[in-house]
Design a protein around this ligand. Structure first.
Ligand SMILES: [Fe+2]
Length: 272
């Protein structure tokens, strides 16, 4: 039986654990510490996002608490990943979703949670960063996985807009995974967007391509509330403002906005 008071208490304890855990990854080097702080703030923002999206999708408070627990734990793999490899690039280090799921089990973080909650939370952490949702996801797992993926994307857009807009010296160096700042962008990457496909990371050759990849995530949002947040925060305009001002990009920006508007005004997607 899911008790909302108990779940609130479990979440409060996990928040304390998260503070202690992240404090244990402190660096004297300013740049390293900036990269760690970036992920701490990201986690808190993902918690806010996931609460907002979940509240827009369900009136069941227990689901909102489960969602927030997933938000809190989704990136715990980032801290040991950075400490060990000094990068957030999974391709050259470890899969931080899998590492997060492993930490949950080795630290026994969910030992006081009901068995099915443990399963759903660990699953969502493990696959939050997968290229796509595994076809094996049952409807409950799928619901929470979609929630964290949407909440995560919404905050990654914020992180990158701040990164592109901020002074170079104050940028968290690991945010852009070391991509070169070349003029222009790859036709192949734009082609994916024109076909409403998410751009695979393997096609990305420059920072501009990476901005396009991030815009392509718009095709991989799942909830009406997520599209509304995307539009409210004007992320499409704010990212395209940092891309070359070509007709292609202008057209793309318009078509992404139309897509988001149409999704944001439709009836909610599959609630579990
Ligand atoms: Fe992540």
């Amino acid at each position: 039986m899911f008790d909302v008071n108990e779940a609130t208490e479990r979440l409060a304890l996990l928040r304390d654990w998260f503070s202690g855990f992240t404090r244990s990854f402190s660096f004297t080097n300013e740049d390293d510490q900036r990269n760690i702080s970036l992920k701490i703030k990201h986690t808190h923002e993902v918690c806010k996002n996931i609460r907002q999206i979940a509240t827009g999708e369900t009136t069941d408070g227990s689901k909102v608490l489960t969602a927030e627990t997933i938000g809190l734990l989704h990136d715990i793999g980032r801290f040991p990943q950075y400490a060990r490899f000094r990068t957030f690039d999974d391709r050259i280090s470890v899969n931080h979703g899998e590492l997060g799921a492993d930490i949950i089990s080795t630290e026994g973080l969910l030992r006081d949670f009901p068995g099915d909650e443990q399963e759903v939370i660990t699953y969502a952490v493990r696959f939050h960063n997968a290229f796509s949702i595994p076809p094996t996801a049952d409807s409950r797992k799928g619901f929470f996985l979609r929630l964290v993926r949407d909440a995560d994307k919404l905050d990654i857009w914020r992180v990158f807009i701040e990164y592109y807009s901020g002074p170079r010296a104050e940028r968290a160096s690991a945010a852009a995974i070391g991509l070169p700042e070349l003029d222009g962008y790859s036709d192949e990457v734009l082609y994916h967007l024109q076909r409403r496909q998410v751009v695979p990371l393997s096609k990305v050759k420059s920072l501009n391509d990476y901005k396009l990849l991030q815009l392509s995530w718009i095709y991989d949002l799942h909830f009406k509330s997520s599209y509304r947040l995307l539009l409210e925060r004007a992320y499409i305009e704010r990212i395209t403002a940092h891309l070359p001002r070509t007709d292609e990009i202008r057209k793309l920006s318009e078509s992404l906005k139309e897509f988001a508007l149409s999704k944001g005004s439709r009836t909610p997607s599959s609630e579990q």
